[in-house]
Design a protein around this ligand. Structure first.
Ligand code: PRP
Length: 195
């Protein structure tokens, strides 16, 4: 059944995408991350904060693989385009609905590219004085470690190229794919719909 679904999707998407992480590889790694988080936060009830929209599938899978009790909330920022303010800070589109002061917080990102978004969110959340703040990114595209931007849990380090699927989009397409694929450069010239 799953093979049939994947074949149908591959047929619709066409030959312009290479699968870089299969659904199975992602599932295995997400389970490993969840076990690490369970171990490290065993005595706490962290607030898991998903960064919309890209992290929605990752958050759903990660939370279901975690055994420890936790709360879930979401934030949304516009990282690029018209939403980027003159100061270069990403624009906050949706804030949390819970108070994180004195709480343990786990930020969940689908991908860290330049690190600007995560860096901004970490700074913002630190002003609210959580007890502990950690980050998890399914994909880390950075070529160098940044001591200013620790990411405690990383699913996969990936090379350049534009990746989509498992929540990640190109102009809102491809988010539903259960795997992560790298698009042929000619496919990335479509209009960007981000605000
Ligand atoms: C993507 C991704 C991260 C950010 C990473 O979000 O989900 O939040 O870009 O890039 P950076 O490290 O260079 O800041 P995007 O703005 O595409 O929005 P989306 O999650 O709604 O797709």
């Amino acid at each position: 059944m799953e093979e049939q679904l994947l074949a149908t999707q591959a047929e619709r998407i066409g030959p312009h995408m290479d699968v870089v992480l299969s659904a199975d590889q992602i599932r295995r790694r997400v389970n490993e991350l969840a076990h690490e988080i369970d171990r490290d936060f065993m005595d706490e009830t962290p607030i898991v904060i998903g960064m919309l929209k890209g992290s929605f599938i990752f958050v759903a899978d990660l939370c279901r693989a975690m055994a420890i009790p936790h709360h879930i909330d979401f934030m949304a920022v516009a990282a690029y385009g018209a939403g980027t303010t003159a100061s270069g800070a990403p624009k906050l589109l949706k804030d949390l609905t819970v108070n994180i002061t004195g709480r343990t917080v786990l930020i969940v990102e689908d991908i860290v590219d330049t690190g600007a978004t995560l860096s901004h969110i970490r700074r913002l959340l630190m002003t609210r004085q959580p007890r502990r703040l950690a980050s998890v990114a399914l994909l880390d595209k950075r070529t160098h470690e940044d001591p200013e931007l620790p990411i405690e849990y990383v699913g996969f380090k990936i090379d350049g190229g534009f990746v989509v699927g498992y929540g990640l989009d190109l102009a809102e397409r491809y988010r539903h794919l259960p795997y992560i694929g790298r698009l042929n450069p000619t496919q990335t010239e479509e209009t960007d719909t981000r605000v």
